[in-house]
Design a protein around this ligand. Structure first.
Ligand code: GTQ
Length: 351
């Protein structure tokens, strides 16, 4: 005969007695801890840049200087994650403004950062002694623990999207940061030097990456070149029914991602393209670099225009349509999920 005390009150009393010892019954939580499919805690979201976001970004320039702010950024916070500074469960996004003559002072941290230039020209980001000039659409990386500062020697405001792995580094409680003693780090190499070494399908003969997923030694992936590749492939009609023409940014020395924790992509959807749906476990942040179209994200439909930013949560079906030739930049935590054996993707709508 079963003599167990199964009554709810008796069980609750038992849980209450063990609780002061920091002991919890798994069976009350198992369904939440091991759900049958992802239940993303972030929500889909679209930020309309020109009409809704840009005025606030520009206003930040009259509220605080880049120097005082250290980083004058408006965080794009997911509406389902209030107070978290997260754009997805694992990633951060913000829009950084730098005005002519300003410097955002030099620091370094464990977290990786990417920049995707939204508008304006003439600003630079300095990484490890080398300045890279920013142009709209360029993708620029700041590897972990590299000194970096930003400045604007041009004549117009420059805005870029910052993408960081802040929540990932926070998950591991593995973050460090320090300030450089001066606002700007010394320039030790001329602009374009790292691109000449690593950016032309060639490498310095003695170069060895530090580890298999080491950050790319190419700090800048200029839009003009990436765009040219997409354009050629689109003209050759190398179209995928789900993705259009989609390329990933790589570390040329390893073939792996440009960044250890964040995957980055650029894709072209030709005018009239109506992509089939996909879903994947890596929640993704998209930026419209050119064109306009529609993203169906779960049961939401977002009409996007240049500079708009939208979020696709994990395992949420996404399909992309383009009203004109459209270029999308995107980033996700895919390298982490691949390394941990977590990544899953599904192409839907086939047959
Ligand atoms: O440029 O170093 O948007 O450290 C957030 C944290 C930018 C940066 C952000 C950062 C940076």
């Amino acid at each position: 005969m079963d003599t167990r005390v199964t009554d709810k009150t008796a069980r609750a009393a038992y849980y209450a007695r063990m609780q002061p010892r920091q002991l919890m019954p798994l069976w009350e939580r198992l369904h939440m801890l091991v759900p049958p499919a992802p239940k993303p805690s972030c929500a889909p979201m679209l930020w309309r840049y020109d009409a809704e976001v840009r005025p606030f970004v520009m206003e930040s320039g009259s509220v605080i200087s880049a120097e005082e702010a250290i980083r004058r950024v408006l965080i794009l916070e997911n509406p389902a994650l209030p107070g978290s500074s997260k754009v997805t469960t694992s990633l951060y996004a913000g829009l950084q403004l730098i005005l002519p003559g300003e410097v955002a002072p030099s620091h370094r941290h464990s977290q990786s950062a990417l920049r995707f230039i939204i508008e304006g020209a003439g600003a630079y980001t300095a990484v490890d002694g080398e300045r890279t000039i920013m142009h709209p659409g360029d993708f620029i990386i700041t590897p972990p623990w590299t000194w970096h500062d930003h400045g604007n020697e041009g004549s117009e405001p420059v805005v870029w999207l910052d993408g960081l792995d802040l929540p990932i580094a926070e998950l591991f409680d593995a973050t460090f940061a320090e300030n450089f003693p001066e606002a700007s780090q010394p320039v030790t190499r001329p602009a374009g030097n790292s691109f000449a070494r690593y950016g032309y399908n060639m490498l310095p003969v003695d170069y060895r990456p530090a580890f298999a997923t080491a950050p790319s030694p190419v700090f800048s992936y200029p839009y003009a070149r990436s765009r040219e590749a997409l354009d050629k492939l689109a003209r050759d009609r190398e179209l995928d029914a789900w993705e259009g023409v989609k390329l990933r940014y790589v570390n040329p020395a390893t073939g792996s991602w440009a960044m250890p924790t964040i995957a980055t992509f650029l894709q072209l959807l030709p005018k009239g393209f109506a992509g089939k749906p996909t879903r994947r476990t890596d929640a993704t942040v998209y930026v419209c670099a050119e064109g306009r179209g529609r993203a169906r994200v779960g049961n939401q439909a977002y009409e996007f225009a240049p500079r708009d930013i939208f979020v696709v949560p994990s395992w949420t079906p996404l399909s992309l349509e383009a009203g004109e030739d459209t270029v999308l930049f995107s980033y996700s935590d895919r390298p982490c999920q691949e390394a941990l054996g977590l990544l899953r993707e599904e192409r839907l709508g086939d047959g």
